[in-house]
Design a protein around this ligand. Structure first.
Ligand code: PLP
Length: 363
């Protein structure tokens, strides 16, 4: 690998940057897993080595979140979107109603999927504001099968700092901010996150489900779609993505060693540095104006014109900075500040932003 390749900073929204230490260990294990002479890619999924990886990964999730034995920790296929389907398939009976908070594209997609299985009620939403703000939280109401919300809206750059008061089991899509800050995880009946942002590579999804919710499974279904069946088979119902789970385990070790408080402090510093530069900018404007709604994970902003945005992306590329384009549905620019991004990475971006402003002013 050339030096210039090593130094690329990837602010992409996922599959996202992973720490160098995790990448090095993951790369080494491809050639020989722990000196066995066998590649981690070829480890049998029911053998002792993979079983140890699986058990450690689950224990790390328990250590990081502080959940007890009353929760099942599952590694599942199908990304975030399969969870949008499995949640209602398992927990929303025909004739029942599930409550959703519609704070962004992924919340809305989760609701659309749930509509195949039962009734949906939008308890709060900010679609009419183009999701530039979070909606006001509703009071706790108890007669729903569950209440689903998205803790961080990856595409729009908003993030909840409050947890809804749910009279019903609370289910959260934490795909883009899991393990980025301390969270009282035991308030949730279920939380889940596709791995490719803060946990590891694409190909696996972490789902943590309370046993009391599992007991509420509403219909019979093929085992691959049933949380209870995955739990009964310890996440090896079929051949799981061994490598994705292995790299996620390495990342969980990295997170645990660093400590969630330290991670949160760094994430706050990173976000503050970038938002301060954007608030002071004459060329760029942050999309989310309410400071208490701004995401520390995905910072969305716009330039005066598309051409200006493209010119900035081009200048960043010359400095070895990549992954800045906004989601294709909204355009603009987006910087993802997941755990592997350092404050130094953000400072480098801010320096390029200021260089771009100077060039723009002097034109
Ligand atoms: C919050 C959130 N939920 C769900 C998804 C969908 O994940 P997947 O592409 O794994 O289906 C994404 C993807 O970016 C996301 O940001």
């Amino acid at each position: 690998m050339s030096l210039s390749q090593q130094n690329i900073i990837n602010f992409g929204s996922g599959p996202a940057a992973l720490p160098q230490q995790v990448l090095s260990e993951a790369a080494e294990a491809i050639l020989s897993y722990q000196g066995t002479g066998i590649s981690v890619l070829s480890l049998p999924h029911r053998g002792a080595h993979f079983n140890a990886i699986l058990e450690e990964s689950k224990q790390l999730v328990r250590d990081i979140t502080g959940i007890g034995a009353d929760y099942e920790v599952l590694w599942l296929p199908g990304g975030g979107r399969l969870q949008f389907s499995m949640i209602p398939m398992n927990f929303l009976g025909e004739g029942q109603t599930a409550a959703y908070i519609d704070s962004g594209h992924w919340s809305a997609e989760a609701m659309d999927y749930a509509g195949y299985y039962g009734n949906i009620e939008t308890l709060a939403g900010s679609r009419e504001l183009n999701y530039r703000e979070l909606p006001s939280l509703p009071p706790a109401i108890g007669h729903y099968a569950y209440l689903h919300y998205t803790t961080n809206n990856t595409i729009y750059g908003t993030q909840w700092n409050q947890i809804p008061q749910a009279g019903a089991p609370l289910v959260a899509d934490m795909s883009s901010d899991i393990f980025s800050r301390p969270v009282p995880y035991t308030r949730y009946a279920m939380f889940y996150a596709c791995a490719q942002k803060n946990i590891g590579p694409a190909g696996v999804t972490l789902a943590v489900v309370h046993r009391s919710l599992l007991e509420r499974t509403v219909r019979a279904m093929p085992p691959m779609l049933s949380y209870a069946a995955h739990a009964a088979k310890n996440s090896v119902l079929n051949t799981p993505p061994v490598y994705a789970i292995y790299v996620s385990m390495l990342m969980l070790r990295w997170i645990k060693n660093k400590g969630i408080e330290v991670i949160q402090r760094e994430n706050t510093q990173k976000a503050e540095a970038l938002y301060a530069a954007l608030d002071a900018s004459t060329v760029f404007q942050p999309v989310v104006s309410r400071k208490d709604h701004r995401s520390a994970m995905n910072v969305c902003f716009r330039a005066g014109s598309e051409a200006t945005g493209k010119a900035f992306v081009h200048l960043c590329a010359r400095h070895g900075i990549t992954g800045l384009e906004g989601h294709r549905s909204v355009g603009g620019l987006r910087v993802s500040l997941y755990n592997a991004i350092t404050l130094q990475d953000v400072e480098k971006l801010v320096a390029v932003l200021k260089e771009f402003e100077l060039i723009s002013i002097n034109k």
